[in-house]
Design a protein around this ligand. Structure first.
Ligand code: PGA
Length: 251
C-alpha cells in the first residue's frame, strides 16, 4: 500500500529552543484534525534527541537530514546510522540536492549511504532532481534515471519497503518557482515506470513518490491531486506551523 507522506525538512534552521517551540505548535495544530498522511519532520542532528522525547507517542515521525556511509571511525563531524539508530531515529533523507551540490554526495557515495541506512533498517527518503539546464536541454528524464539507477536499482525488492523517493527539481528548491502539477505528475509517472521495469508494476505501485520544491499552502492541493504525487518534501514552508499544517490538510 502506498503511503501519503508530508515531510518537513528544516535544513540548518532553528536552535534547540526554537525547534521545541515549532514542534509544540505543530503538535497543537495536529490535535485539531485527522489526517491520513504520515507526518515526518527532519530537524538538525543536534535537535534530534530533545525532539525524540517531545514527539514520543505522537503522530510525528522524526528523520535525520543525512547519514554517513561508513560504519564508524575517523570522520570528524559526521554522524553514523548506528548513532541515529541508538536514538530511535529510523528515518533519514539521503541525496538532498544541497548535499549533492555542497558536500560532494555523489551518486556512488549515495549508493553507499542507502545500503548503510538499510543495514540499520532505516526508512529512506531518497531525493533526485535535475538542474534547470538539464530541463532546458530536455535531459531531465535521463538525469533522474541515472540518479536512480546508480543508487537504488541494484536493491532487491524487499529493500523497497524502506524506500520513498522525493522528486525535487533543483530549480524549484527555495526559489519560489514550483514545477507545475503536470510536470510533477509526468516525472513521477516516469519514475514509477522505471521501477516497474526494474522490478514489477505492483512493487512500483507501492512506492511513495513525493514532490519537493517550493510547495506551499497555495499550490499543495493541486500538486497532491495528481495520481502519482503521494505527498511532499517541504523546506521553507515547514518552518511555520500554520503553513505546514495547511499543506498536510491539502493531502
Ligand atoms: P523548499 O525546499 O520547499 O524550500 O523549496 C524543499 C527541499 O529542499 O526539500
Amino acid at each position: 500500500m502506498r503511503t501519503k507522506i508530508v515531510a518537513g525538512n528544516w535544513k540548518m534552521n532553528l536552535n534547540v529552543v526554537e525547534s521545541q517551540l515549532l514542534i509544540g505548535e505543530l503538535m497543537d495544530a495536529l490535535s485539531t484534525f485527522e489526517t491520513q498522511a504520515k507526518i515526518i519532520v527532519a530537524p538538525s542532528f543536534v535537535n534530534l534527541p530533545i525532539l525524540a522525547v517531545a514527539t514520543e507517542n505522537t503522530t510525528i515521525t522524526l528523520a535525520a537530514q543525512n547519514v554517513h556511509h561508513k560504519e564508524k571511525g575517523a570522520y570528524t563531524g559526521e554522524v553514523s546510522a548506528d548513532m541515529l539508530s541508538s536514538l530511535g531515529i529510523d528515518h533519514v533523507i539521503i541525496g538532498h540536492s544541497e548535499r549533492r551540490a555542497y558536500y560532494n554526495d555523489t551518486d556512488t557515495v549515495l549508493k553507499e549511504k542507502v545500503s548503510k541506512a538499510l543495514e540499520y533498517n532505516m526508512n529512506i527518503i531518497f531525493c533526485v532532481g535535475e538542474q534547470l539546464e538539464d530541463r532546458k536541454t530536455e535531459k531531465h528524464f535521463d538525469v533522474i534515471k541515472k540518479q536512480l539507477e546508480i543508487a537504488l536499482f541494484a536493491l532487491d525488492a524487499y529493500a523497497y519497503n524502506f524506500i520513498t523517493i522525493a522528486y525535487e527539481p533543483v530549480w524549484a528548491i527555495g526559489t519560489g518557482e514550483t514545477a507545475s502539477p503536470e510536470q510533477a505528475q509526468e516525472m513521477h509517472a516516469y519514475i514509477r515506470s522505471l521501477i516497474a521495469k526494474k522490478h514489477s508494476a505492483s512493487l512500483a505501485e507501492d512506492v511513495s513518490i513525493l514532490y519537493g520544491g517550493s510547495v506551499k499552502p497555495a499550490n499543495a492541493e493541486e500538486l497532491f491531486s495528481k495520481p502519482d504525487v503521494d505527498g511532499g518534501l517541504i523546506g521553507g514552508a515547514a518552518l511555520k506551523a500554520a503553513d505546514f499544517t495547511a499543506i498536510i490538510k491539502a493531502i
